[in-house]
Design a protein around this ligand. Structure first.
Ligand code: ATP
Ligand code: MG
Length: 748
């Protein structure tokens, strides 16, 4: 029975409460960072279930990162209780699509055992095709081009007909590459990230009954929805057309993945009567952090203007530092973290600190400085835990065990650990298999049954190793997997451990990686922990079958291995990079992309120089600015920007401050801040409260400065303190030219 008690609305402001309880079919909340969009969205889910009688299993909630999805589920769970949040169809677009395809994919001719090609796999396949066919295209450009095509919902076969006969050089080659790539995926029974979405669109279009139970669809971070995701959203909601989206055009940062801000306006056009709600209070950041961030984003003259007022007091002036080199910069960050944490007594800890990077490649110096200082950290986003050689190998074994027709994976492990088989032999075997229209695995199978390899010359020793040892191991493990998965989904960890023993994997690492085999073995252990976590999770959640629909049979995915592999492939995109649950407080190192939607009391944004942000390979200066805006608006109370003067190449070239920051240097503190103990302790104390309701978090933070170089002299009288003051001075927008970064243009 729907609850009568409306206390869930009490902790919300008026606009939020209106959004939560709106009766409109379509609701669009467009508002700035920290205004409580995500909070409102999760509250709305709770409202619909608790007060409007929606069944949790009839609600779809989509967001952009696995981490954000997990956090949302937790928050909803706290409010709903009884584990009802687990029934909601909640996840990233990709994971939701995968769920539907696993359950109903057979209807559109998908083999039930499809695997997922993650970004790395896709890139490798494309690179090989380009090399084999000597195509005059850059593989990563080709990858981006193909992805764009798919995101726009174009099928491989129709590319050339839909495109005007373009003069784009290399177009022919791109199309060839696309076709070959798609053929390869189909042969290997793989779907790439784009396919997951595209195929799910096909499914739901053709078989609307799969989603006949869905009552409403809610989407967070809507500004980063691309064309296919938009279609998918509409199809998921086709039954009742009840959609709630929340987003912020200023935080659109996935243009490189064809996110289209246009989809925001498209929604309003296609769903007339949409209840548009704006939230204007920023509950996250201190006034000074917010006003600085707004000055940065307001350099963009074409943006859609929104009001965003700070709830909190002024706080402490953000810091901008120019350091000698990237390693000095990293050491400075470490010393600042140490100072803030030690001053706070035990109130603030390393969990309160994030270091946000434009690109993963910048992490080296930061990692090494934290390592030297003995500060534990975790890495989020784009830091390829799953790209480490030993983990990749292990995953390839699991992939072949799941999907023996995955030639790529089998080819990669054929000589790992060493079995005396050269690349040439592997290539020959693949060709031989292709000629015979067999998979590599089947070729080995036939060989084991006594057929000779027709063409490929191979030593007796190698033959014994692949047909005997490797093939027997794979086949035996497959059999075991089939046994463990009928009935119970357990045994994944044991299976991996046995595999490692059979391969003598630890010894292999010792022999081949004498310098860091211990670290690598530790990574393998961490991987086993992840598998254990996964099994434990699904133990609690149950299998992720969709709710039963009358007259529709869904394939039950009882096997744990494919689900684990899918989970890894989807997570590899953005997170859980070896992020094992630890009780120790950890500093977070994250890419800015993966930090979207999150917040920390203390945030560092290093490397704010021209060429890093905006990135020299970026085409879109405005998007780079939005990226910086996203980074800055993650901070609650202390924000540090910095950059090294000399580039790390050691060629004596000097870095210039980012053109987005250059016009606002006057807004920063003169010198690094130094907080006294009571101030930081008080800040921490208040931050620990779940929903700060008073203005006090920042009110008592005086700006106190320690010694240091005077880099950006400011005249305090010249610095407008608050937005209102700035408006009163007629300075609402800040004039700035957007110098484009020095960069070579990308092809394609
Ligand atoms: P982003 O654009 O960065 O994703 P957002 O708009 O989704 O931000 P939230 O993450 O939902 O913002 O909220 C930011 C912070 O403000 C959170 O700590 C949240 O708990 C808090 N908050 C939101 N609404 C209120 C409120 N009405 N009262 C007090 N605190 C609030
Ligand atoms: Mg949010």
């Amino acid at each position: 029975p729907p609850k009568k008690d409306h206390s869930i609305l009490n902790s919300l402001n008026a606009a939020q409460a209106r959004a939560v309880s709106s009766d409109a079919a379509t609701v669009a909340i467009l508002a700035g960072p920290g205004s409580g969009k995500t909070h409102t969205l999760t509250s709305r889910v709770v409202w619909l279930v608790d007060h409007q009688g929606y069944r949790p299993e009839d609600v779809v909630v989509a967001t952009f990162t696995v981490k954000a999805a997990r956090e949302m589920q937790e928050r909803i769970g706290k409010a709903l209780g009884n584990g009802r949040e687990k029934k909601i169809v909640l996840g990233t677009f990709h994971s939701i699509a995968r769920r539907y395809l696993a359950a109903y994919g057979r209807k559109i001719g998908l083999s039930q055992k499809f695997g997922i090609a993650d970004d790395g796999d896709s890139r490798a396949i494309i690179a090989r095709i380009c090399k084999r066919l000597q195509l005059a295209v850059d593989p990563s450009a080709a990858r981006a081009w193909i992805s764009k095509k798919k995101a726009k919902g174009t099928e491989a076969s129709s590319v050339s007909t839909r495109q005007p006969v373009a003069k784009t050089p290399g177009l022919q080659d791109l199309e060839t590459c696309y076709k070959e790539y798609q053929d390869h995926l189909e042969r290997s029974n793989l779907l790439d990230y784009d396919d997951l979405l595209v195929r799910c669109v096909d499914l739901l279009r053709e078989f609307p009954s799969c989603v006949s139970n869905i009552q409403t669809v809610l989407i967070d971070e809507y500004q980063d929805t691309n064309g296919v995701q938009y279609e998918l959203m509409k199809l998921l909601a086709q039954q009742r057309k009840r959609i709630t989206v929340v987003g912020d055009p200023d935080q659109s940062i996935y243009g490189w993945r064809s996110a289209e801000i246009r989809n925001l306006w498209r929604l309003l056009r296609e769903f007339p009567g949409t209840d548009e709600i704006s939230l204007e209070d920023n509950y996250r950041s201190s006034q000074l952090i917010l006003s600085l961030s707004l000055l940065v984003i307001q350099q963009d003259k074409k943006r859609y203007q929104k009001v965003l007022k700070p709830v909190h007091n002024e706080g402490t002036r953000p810091v901008l530092r120019k350091l000698k080199s990237a390693s000095v910069e990293a050491e400075w960050i470490v010393s600042e973290i140490r100072r803030a944490v030690s001053m706070s007594g035990k109130m603030l800890n390393h969990n309160d600190v994030a270091i946000l990077l434009r690109s993963a490649s910048l992490s080296r110096h930061v990692e090494s400085a934290l390592g030297k200082a003995g500060m534990a950290y975790k890495m989020v986003g784009g830091f390829k835990f799953y790209d480490r050689a030993e983990i990749k190998t292990l995953l390839d074994y699991l992939r072949v065990i799941h999907q023996p027709e995955n030639n790529d994976a089998l080819a990669r492990i054929m000589n790992v650990p060493r079995r005396g088989i050269g690349d040439g032999t592997i290539k020959n075997l693949i060709e031989e298999a292709e000629k015979a229209s067999l998979s590599l695995f089947d070729l080995l199978d036939k060989h084991c049954r006594g057929d000779r390899f027709a063409k490929t010359k191979i030593t007796k020793h190698a033959e014994q190793k692949i047909s005997g040892d490797l093939f027997r191991l794979l086949k035996g493990t497959r059999k075991r997997v089939a046994e463990i998965s009928t009935g119970t989904p357990y045994g994944l960890v044991e299976m991996i451990e046995q595999l490692l023993t059979s391969l003598n994997f630890q010894k292999y690492l010792q022999d081949t990686q004498p310098e860091d085999h211990e670290q690598r073995w530790a990574n393998v252990q961490e991987f086993i922990n992840l598998a254990g976590d996964f099994v434990r999770d699904i133990d609690q959640v149950g299998d992720d079958a969709l709710p039963e629909i009358q007259g529709l049979e869904q394939s039950m995915e009882v096997e744990v291995l494919p689900r684990f592999l899918a989970n890894v492939s989807l997570a590899a995109d953005a997170q859980k990079g070896g992020e094992v649950e630890e009780s120790k407080p950890l500093v977070t190192i994250s890419t800015i992309h993966a930090a979207k939607g999150l917040e920390w009391p203390i945030v560092f944004v290093p490397a704010v120089y021209n060429g890093s942000i905006p990135h020299m390979r970026s085409e879109d200066g405005d998007e780079e600015r939005r990226l910086l805006y996203v980074a800055m608006t993650r901070a609650q109370s202390l924000l540090y920007l910095s950059y090294p003067v000399y580039s790390s190449q050691g060629n004596g070239e000097r870095n210039e401050l980012s053109p987005f920051v250059a016009p606002v240097t006057g807004q920063f503190a003169k010198k690094g801040p130094c907080f006294d103990r009571p101030v930081v302790a008080r800040m921490a104390q208040i931050l620990q409260r779940e929903l700060p309701t008073e203005n006090s978090i920042f009110s008592s933070l005086p700006s106190m400065y320690s010694g240091g170089d005077d880099l950006y002299p400011v005249d305090p009288d010249q610095v407008p303190k608050t937005l209102d003051e700035r408006r009163a001075r007629g300075e609402d927008s800040h004039q700035a030219n957007i110098p484009r970064a020095k960069r070579p243009r990308l092809s394609g």
